[in-house]
Design a protein around this ligand. Structure first.
Ligand code: ADP
Length: 141
């Protein structure tokens, strides 16, 4: 099976609580490969584009505020069946419902403060990788 690539964002809770290293170690420990990584600060336009699917939700202003609290770290991660495997490693969106042993179950706080974003399909991943990485910033090796 071919290698697929997904987009992860380490959210401000992961960055401010210094959880990035241990979460990255879980991804690498699962055999997933880093193809690109960068830190960035969300501006309003990029945030609105990335979260267009929740822009009309009542909790969107809270998400906007939270996601701009600190810079985030974007990670392009590759492996077989990577979209599903990453979402399995993370656990469900709501950290309170996530099993111990999953990243959100061990390190997340609630439905918003949940350590990482991860693409939910290969189609979404392709669009999200383009959103955060330019040509030449993703590596094959
Ligand atoms: P996921 O990020 O797991 O794909 P969604 O696309 O449904 O989940 O939601 C996007 C993000 O919006 C979540 O990661 C979370 O930060 C936030 N969110 C979702 N539901 C809620 C909620 N009920 N209250 C606050 N924030 C929420």
């Amino acid at each position: 099976m071919s290698q697929e690539t997904t987009l992860i964002l380490f959210k401000p809770d992961a960055v401010s609580k210094a959880l990035v290293g241990q979460v990255l170690a879980r991804f690498e420990g699962a055999g997933l490969k880093i193809r690109g990584i960068k830190m960035l600060q969300f501006g309003d336009a990029l945030l609105r584009e990335h979260y267009a699917h929740i822009a009309s939700k009542p909790f969107f202003p809270d998400v906007q505020n939270f996601m701009q609290k600190t810079p985030v770290i974007a990670l392009a991660l590759a492996g077989e069946n990577v979209v599903a495997r990453v979402r399995e490693l993370l656990g469900p969106t709501d950290s309170k419902k996530a099993a111990k042993g999953t990243i959100r179950g061990d390190l997340g706080v609630d439905v918003m403060v949940n350590v990482c974003h991860a693409s939910d399909s290969l189609e979404t991943a392709a669009a999200e990788l383009k959103r955060f990485f330019r040509d030449g910033e993703l590596f094959q090796y």
